[in-house]
Design a protein around this ligand. Sequence first.
Ligand code: HEC
Ligand code: HEC
Length: 219
Amino acid sequence: MNQTLSTIVRTVVAAATLSAVAVAAHAQGNVEAGKQKAEMCIGCHGIPGYQNSFPEIHKVPKISGQTAEYIVASLKAYRKGDRKHPSMRGIAGSLSDEDMADLGAFYASHANTTAPETPRAPSVEVAALIERGACASCHGANFSKPIDPSYPKLAGQHADYLFVALKSYTVEGNNVVGRNNAIMGGIAKQFTPAEMRQMARYLSTVEGELRTVPQSRFR
Ligand code: HEC
Ligand code: HEC
């Protein structure tokens, strides 16, 4: 190869590599950009134990420590209307794909990685329910290692939120309550509300990667 040609080849290869990096960075989201964008989330998700009153009183979910993929997938479900919670629909509707990727990267970066490997054992009764629903086959070991990054971690999530979320998969034909999800719809409908409450209570006691990272508006 002559000198000029090899320089051109090297430049083209370098440019192609750079743009591939730029695309990957975009798809992965940017933690710093996400931190700025999270200003509009901290009033609810940045206050430990913050309560939401719709459709019944429950704590706002912990989102710090979920995977970026799950945060993006759930935000898209609100934006599309598959998840009907009105305030989250309004918020997600104002976000671009890039905003969602940045927010996902930011909240994923908060994972608590010091959780023990061995989960707290459930009661015999709860173990049977979890076995029946094959929950761990998707939500993973310790309910913290989902088999697909777009599936949620459940360990350590607030019990009252897990209960409301489980019930929401069974609601049909309501404009403001419910979640359309083929997988969880089929599963949740196999359980009574009392059984859901028992599973939710247990899952909330399993130490996992989820947490609420307190964030002040006044930084
Ligand atoms: C007014 C309070 C409020 C604000 C502000 C808010 N959220 Fe939420 N968020 C909620 C509530 C309540 C839920 C549970 C909704 C449901 O039942 O589906 C939720 C659910 C979520 C979920 C799904 C969690 C899960 O485990 O499935 C994600 C992700 C999320 N919010 C991200 C955000 C982001 C990112 C922002 C800022 C851009 C934000 N939220 C702003 C109240 C809020
Ligand atoms: C075949 C795979 C699969 C199985 C089995 C499964 N899940 Fe899920 N689960 C999912 C997926 C995917 C989602 C996300 C759905 C969505 O986008 O709303 C989910 C969501 C959830 C949520 C909502 C979490 C949140 O943060 O909002 C809860 C609670 C839940 N599952 C509990 C359970 C329980 C309890 C069992 C067993 C009885 C179970 N799941 C079995 C795949 C599964």
